[in-house]
Ligand binder design. Structure first.
Ligand SMILES: O=C1O[C@H]([C@@H](O)CO)C(O)=C1O
Length: 544
């Protein structure tokens, strides 16, 4: 089946947390509509850029884009930006069931609101390893009152101004900001866009599947439903060995499906809440919604009689790492993993000061997207369109002190890791202290592939020592986004089997904007004829 969508992308005044500001919308909505399809279906989205003064590009997060690498939607990597007034057609197959996301991938535009969910069902007759009565989507976000322009300018100007804590957390696009804190005339507590609303209606005794996704721009979150436990059954489109949590820790770019049973006192409602974790949570009020019980005499819109849950301590890393380590493949759905790797990349994440600017570097390189998209440049052999010097596979891992900020030796470049088609690649992401001597969580997202999550460790990864033996090679979960926890490392393995050029990056919008990503290429010669619609910028002007 082919699903056709026509999307007008435009700025509109919105008040998602009662404070009015411009948001990038899809057909007037932020978040945009949920794309619903069945495994194997084709999605066609005709995107009209009606932003008037701003380019756009849309990434289909978690969709591998097999045979359609030009539809990945990353401006500077897989296409030229879509100019105002232009229309671009994305066409791709959703080849795996599961919960996925979409969002802007141009500059820091995601901060302004262009995001939504993709739900891919299993075909009829295929039985999932769990059952439920009804399903609902829960899209989590964070929201600032400053515009994306002010945020981006702060990151590039001197002195550097970080985006700092969001003003609110959104659940399905709605938040609750205290209007008395906003300048008069900017905040309307009775705006229909904002405020508390039922997340879903629970019929006593029924089981609900919540497809939860996070597209925060900065925040790591804890999500919970007061009084109810959640059984995690899916992560990034893969079935997990079910495990029960009170709080689900979820990082930007991840999705989880959880089962919730309506087994509590039905004469009242309960809180659904999200909380910032990993960064100081005190400046950001919790995201809140109502889980309403359908019961005679119970008003579904009445806030619960209890105080909203406080959430876990934001600085408790141990419980977050524990939850990451509790995620395994479902025993009947273990994806066989190659026993070893052909190549190992040890990628050191550091904050550097380069030419007076604060940047993120990976093995000393801060990524800047070239004017000509890598995909076009590499397919057409344009050797001056990107940096031909490959970045390093490793760093001085024996002597490097991860608790000290990096020396100032980074460079801003546009290079690429060229991977042999079909080869198996291990990547160990190593965290280190920022210039302010603190380390923080980075969710890393890989385009075009899913990876096996081999494990998480504390401190410095030592490839010479036991670290490899401690990794899970028996039943690792596959994912497309994984947290690199503060003061630690994360190891993943993937097969470079998807011809194209693919971004691998921190999913914090400010961080990728500051250079925190790398580019992988494999099998460029096997990529089919590029659609002319992705060209027209940089050295691809006039090409077809
Ligand atoms: O990239 C970042 O910059 C700031 C800080 O390190 C410098 O102000 C911060 O908290 C980040 O995550």
């Amino acid at each position: 089946r082919v699903h056709n969508y026509t999307w007008d992308i435009s700025y509109q005044y919105k008040s998602p947390d009662c404070f009015e500001k411009l948001a990038v919308t899809v057909n007037g909505e932020a978040p945009g509509p949920t794309i619903r399809a069945t495994q194997g279906d084709t999605i066609v989205v005709n995107v009209h850029n009606k932003l008037e003064t701003e380019n756009t590009a849309i990434h289909w997060h978690g969709i591998r884009q097999i045979d359609t690498p030009w539809a990945d939607g990353v401006a500077g990597v897989t296409q030229c930006p879509i100019l105002p007034g232009e229309t671009f057609a994305y066409k791709f197959v959703v080849d795996r069931p599961g919960t996925y996301l979409y969002h802007a991938h141009y500059g820091m535009q995601r901060v302004a609101g262009l995001n939504g969910m993709i739900v891919v069902k299993v075909p009829d007759g295929i039985v999932e390893p769990f059952s439920y009565d009804e399903e609902h989507t829960v899209l989590l976000g964070d929201w600032w009152h400053k515009s994306v322009y002010e945020q981006a300018t702060g990151l590039t100007e001197t002195p550097f101004v970080f985006v700092t804590a969001p003003q609110s957390l959104l659940i399905n696009g709605r938040g609750t900001f205290d209007c008395s804190l906003a300048p008069s005339g900017t905040c309307n507590a009775s705006s229909p866009d904002c405020g508390l609303r039922p997340l879903f209606t629970a019929v006593p005794g029924k089981t609900y599947l919540l497809r939860i996704g996070s597209l925060t721009s900065l925040s790591s979150l804890s999500f919970e439903i007061e009084g109810h436990s959640m059984t995690v059954v899916e992560a990034d489109g893969y079935y997990v060995r079910p495990f029960v949590v009170k709080n689900l820790f979820i990082y930007s770019g991840e999705t989880y499906s959880v089962l919730v049973k309506a087994d509590q006192d039905p004469r009242r409602n309960y809180w659904a809440a999200s909380h910032v974790v990993g960064r100081n949570a005190s400046q950001t009020p919790s995201g809140k919604a109502i889980v309403s019980y359908a019961f005679k005499g119970n008003n579904p819109w009445i806030p619960p009689p209890t105080a909203p849950p406080a959430g876990p301590a934001w600085n408790n890393t141990v419980i977050r790492v524990q939850q990451s380590r509790a995620i395994f493949a479902h025993p009947r759905f273990v994806e066989p993993m190659p026993a070893g790797a052909d190549r190992t990349l040890l990628l050191l994440n550091t904050q550097n000061r380069i030419d007076g600017h604060i940047k993120w570097t990976i093995n000393g390189v801060s990524l800047i997207f070239p004017a000509t998209p890598y995909l076009v440049a590499m397919k057409r052999g344009m050797t001056t369109a990107y940096d031909q010097r490959p970045p390093s596979d490793t760093y001085d891992h024996m002597s490097y002190d991860i608790s000290a900020p990096a020396p100032t030796n980074g460079t801003v470049r546009s290079p690429v890791y060229r991977l042999a088609l079909g080869s198996v690649v291990d990547v160990v992401l190593q965290n280190s202290n920022m210039l302010n001597n603190k380390s923080e969580t980075h969710p890393w997202h890989l385009h075009g592939h899913d990876f096996w999550v081999l494990g998480y460790g504390e401190g410095k990864f030592n490839p010479a020592a036991d670290a490899w033996r401690l990794l899970n090679v028996r039943d690792p979960i596959m994912k497309n986004t994984v947290p690199l926890h503060n003061d630690g490392w994360t190891a993943v393995r993937f097969r470079a089997d998807n011809p194209g050029v693919w971004l691998f990056h921190c999913h914090i919008e400010a961080h990728v904007f500051m250079g925190m990503g790398v580019v992988f290429e494999e099998g460029i010669e096997r990529v089919g004829k590029l659609p002319p619609s992705i060209m027209g910028c940089g050295q691809s002007k006039g090409l077809h």
